[in-house]
Design a protein around this ligand. Structure first.
Ligand SMILES: CC(C)(COP(=O)(O)OP(=O)(O)OC[C@H]1O[C@@H](n2cnc3c(N)ncnc32)[C@H](O)[C@@H]1OP(=O)(O)O)[C@@H](O)C(=O)NCCC(=O)NCCS
Length: 170
């Protein structure tokens, strides 16, 4: 169970960089091509997370303007995160986008994702997000929190698959 949810710091970065890739591989197997999944490299992803964490320690957000909150287990190890920021859509349906939400598989179904979203988007505020078509567990989870698909989909050229948009509070 979570002991803390706190802003991203440099000490979290190495674990999160590797966890991010591991969760990509397990979540998107069968949804993305094997080539796309194999192209993710742990060392470069850890460097990206270190850069992101340094920016958070300096200014509270990443260079791109995302704010990441990290959940830790009782021993203090990072086990998941949520990132929110300004919408990246051309015509955003709400003023805030949930950019990213990932929890280590062994902690699924324990309320940690719920706690992360509650901390990142307090008071069930209006927000939206993009999720890969076929990521049924995530879609079920977001529905429980009041997000519904608004019918907008987009092809993500970088990964060769479709995302759908889910919106809450409009
Ligand atoms: C999405 C995520 C954060 C949700 O956290 P979680 O702890 O798994 O969420 P919960 O267990 O509270 O809710 C998931 C719901 O999906 C249901 N579910 C489980 N497997 C499912 C499946 N294969 N298909 C559909 N629904 C499923 C669960 O039963 C649960 O609903 P319930 O509470 O009514 O039983 C977590 O699964 C995760 O990190 N996944 C990998 C990364 C990811 O997909 N992130 C989202 C990117 S947009």
């Amino acid at each position: 169970m979570v002991t803390t949810i706190a802003p991203l710091v440099l000490d979290d970065a190495a674990v999160l960089g590797r966890l991010h890739n591991a969760l990509w591989r397990s979540t998107y197997a069968g949804l993305l091509s094997a080539e796309v999944l194999a192209a993710r490299d742990d060392a470069s992803n850890v460097r990206r997370w270190q850069e992101r964490a340094r920016a958070h320690e300096e200014s509270g957000v990443s260079r791109e303007g995302g704010r990441t909150l990290v959940a830790h287990d009782r021993a203090g190890a990072p086990i998941g995160w949520a990132t929110v920021g300004l919408p990246r859509d051309a015509s955003p349906p709400t003023p805030v986008e949930l950019w990213s939400l990932y929890v280590a598989a062994e902690h699924h179904g324990r309320g940690i994702a719920l706690a992360l979203v509650a901390a990142a988007l307090p008071d069930a505020q209006a927000a939206h997000l993009w999720v890969l078509v076929g990521n049924d567990r995530a879609i079920s989870f977001y529905r429980k929190l009041g997000f519904v698909p608004d019918g907008v989909t987009e092809h993500d050229d970088a990964v060769g698959a479709d995302d759908l948009r889910m919106v809450r509070g409009v």
